[in-house]
Structures are given as structure tokens and as C-alpha cells.
Ligand binder design. Sequence first.
Ligand code: KIV
Ligand code: ZN
Length: 523
Amino acid sequence: MTPQRDDDRVLIFDTTLRDGEQSPGISLNAQEKLEIAQQLARLGVDIIEAGFPVSSPGDFEAVQTIARHVQGPVIAGLARTAAGDIQTAFEAVRDAARPRIHTFIATSDIHIEHKLRTTRADVVAQARAAVSHARELVEDVEFSTEDGFRSDRAFQAEVIAAAIEAGASTINIPDTVGYATPEEYAGMFVTLYELVPALRDVVVSVHCHDDLGLAVANSVAGLAVGARQVECAINGIGERAGNTSLEEVVMLLATRRDRLGLSTGIVTREIARTSRLVSRLTGYAVPPNKAIVGRNAFAHEAGIHQDGVLKERSTYEIMDATTIGLDSNSLVLGKHSGRHALAQALADMGIEVSGQALNVAFKRFKEIADKKKQVTALDLEALVADEVRDADADGLTLVAFHVESSSERPPHARVTLRTSAGEELQGSFTGDGPIDAIFHAINAATGVDAALVEFRIGAVTAGQDALGETSVVLEVGGVSGAGQGVSTDIIEAAARAYVRALSTVMRRRAEPTPIEAQPAVLP
Ligand code: KIV
Ligand code: ZN
């Protein structure tokens, strides 16, 4: 069933794992997607678009895993209008308590002529057939007019009317290429409500891209004229310049409720943690000045501002940092804390870890507690995310490494890796610096000549003893992949990130051709 709504309640449709995951270089495995989906459920999103099941076996597995394990939100799978797409999406989401099939077809003449190479009449027929097919399988069907904003309104109205007649209960009208201004996007909905009176009986949805920096403004303009579902992604990730940022649209509705009169079911205290998790697992850093979740979003630099805030917070602050959970960096555990205290601290943070996973987390915690005076919630979060990455059994893992360097000789690194089949691989290399040496030693061990595209180092918390967090993007034969690593030792963090990025690239190279590269499939 489509989630029910009050008149002012906006449904949050999170597409971090589908449109967001289409960002270049992002390739999450099923375990990582499940972890993000569980956090999205804690955040209180109404619908999780878990992926595009027909696009690859990996995506199918991830959507199915999420459908089977994540409680609360509706779980949606994307499908083109082809019968095979719809059936595959159904197989992936069918075990969810509340499954949704989201099917789409382009309605702009540019797309119909050049991409689909078909006719308007065929598009109407495909839309009708796809929605009818999906409705035979599930009750909750969403239909989208891709490139909706650049479509001829009368024709778009005809397609939407056909989809509603066939049983779609949510109609999503995207600005796929991020071209609209807020007035134009709102105007499109006003026209469509006039042309298709049945739109008043379904949930109308906005889906905007940020090519001109207007995704949030356009989404809110659509909500202001009657749409009640917003499709968005954590940290605004997505195709090209990205999607509407979930945290921005939610905090805009919350902060300016006086003006907009709309609300969401989001547990805003989970926003900061969700943003960190997505950034960590995707390898996409959050810019320091990003609204809501950037490092500086609540920082005051200028003396006049600091003085004002000290006297009265509202002089320069329109939101309270605690509202989005930015106060979670308080000390939680000390050096002598035991396994039970660790499990309890993690549970308090909403992270359930038990059995072997708890043993591994405890071992890592002790290593960190030996080196760090204070272990904070942020440290624990980073550590658990780091462990989840190695739970992916089909990748390589770093078993041991050693780097020798002296003032007379350039650094020499030796590494031992383990494959998923249990085989040990060894390699060594003398490099320009310790990180260069270890990266090349990993290439030598695997026999893969990976090229380093991006390498970033950050710190989980402030202070000299902070945990180091690294992110690596690699490319092999035109296929790229990202990996992250966390450790008190920056060389170890870098090596972990490199090994994981290499595993991602190797897994992606072994997968069938991604869907974007295939010709359009017509039913
Ligand atoms: O941007 C878009 O048009 C999409 C559709 C598939 C909903 O992502
Ligand atoms: Zn999109």
C-alpha cells in the first residue's frame, strides 16, 4: 500500500541507493547498501528506492537483501517498461512487507526520437502496459515520466492519465536534466493538475537534479503547489551534479514550517550520522560549506559572529546543531571498557553488533583505545563501518604489511593479502614514499596494474591522536572503483582503502555490461 498522508505531510522517497549510486565512481556492495538502508530506516524515510534490479546481478542481490531485512519503509525497485524489467524488479522486492515497483519511460520528444527511437503513441502504450503488468504483481506502483519537465504538456498529460488509469498510485514528474527554474517547475504541476484531474487522487512526486543548483528550490516549488512526495538523496549524490539533497529539503521544511506549512516523518537527529555513513561508504566527501551537514555549516568564524552567537544564539543561527545530531561526538568509552560496554554503546547508537562481528569490533576497539585517549561515538561509527567493509567475502583483504624506510634508502613495502578463496598473495615494492611503495606492492601482489585516480586523507575527529580515514579511487581498463579505510596508522588506513578499491574494480570488471551501455530495451 502507498503510505497514507495528511494534507501537510510530505513523503520522503530516498534514492541514495539508486540515483545516488549512479554517481561516477560509486560502487557499493550488497552489505554496504544494506547498512545504508538500515540507517535510512532509522532516519525515518517513507520509501527506500533500493536499486535498479535488472541492471546487474549485484544490484538485484542488494535490493532483495534490503527487501528481506529492512523493516519500516516501503522498498522500491526501479524498472523500465520492458516486461523483463518489471518481473525482475518484482522478484527483487517481493519479500518486503511493503514492496513498490517504480516504472518509468521518457516522454520528451528529444528522448523519444533519439534515445527510445519510437513514437509518442508507442510511449503511451508502453506506459499503460508496464503499469498494468506491475499492478498484477504489487499493489503499490509508481510511474515516472523521464525528462518530464522538457516534455510537451498535453502529451505528458496523456501518458500520466494512462498510467493512473492502469493503476499507478504515485506519479513522479522529474526534471531529469536539472533545467527548470522553480517558477517553471511549479507551473508544470499547475498545468498538469488542470489537464489530468485524476492527479488529485494519487500521490504526486517531485524528482529534481542539481545541474543548475536548483534541485532543492525546484522540489520545494513543486511541493508548494500540491506534490506530496519528494525524491532525494543523502548528501545530494546522484547522476552528474546530483539529486535534491534529503537533509536540505527536510531541514528547509522543518525550519520554515511557518512559511511552507509542510512536515515530514524524518527523525532529524539521525541526519548527521546518515550523512557521515553515506560519505564514508561511497567515498564522496561532503564539502565543508555544504548546507546542513558540511563541517562548517554550524561554525562561526568571524569575530562579530562569534560574539553575537555567544550573546544570543539566534543572532546568526537559524537551526540548532543538536537537531540534526551534531552533538554525538561526546566521549563514550575508555581504555578499560569491556565487550559488554562496547556492545551497549553501539546499541545506544542504533548499531546492533553481536557474535563474531562483535569480537572483531572489540579487537579493533582495544587497538584504538591503546593508542587514543578517548574513544568517541564518531570513532566507533568509523570503526564499525570499516569492519563491515571486510564482511564482503568476495573481496581481497589485507593480512599484513611492513614498510622500511631510512634517510639513506627510499621506502620499501611488503604486503600479504588474502583472496576470498583463502589464497595468500605477497608483493613488495620500493617507492617514492611509504604510501606509493605500499600501493605498488599491492599491485605487485595481485598482478593488477591499477592506476590511482584519487587519494584523500581525513581525520574522523579533531586532535593529534585522531583516527585517520582515507579514500582511494582506482581505475583498471576503464573500470573504476572506490574504497575506504580507517586506522590510527595512516599507512594502514591507506592500504586498506587501496585493497578495497581494487576488490571493487575486480568485482565490477567481472560483472555483465551495465545497463547504460546496452541498447534501449522495448517490450
Ligand atoms: O531523473 C530521472 O528522470 C530519473 C527517473 C528514472 C525517475 O531518475
Ligand atoms: Zn534522476
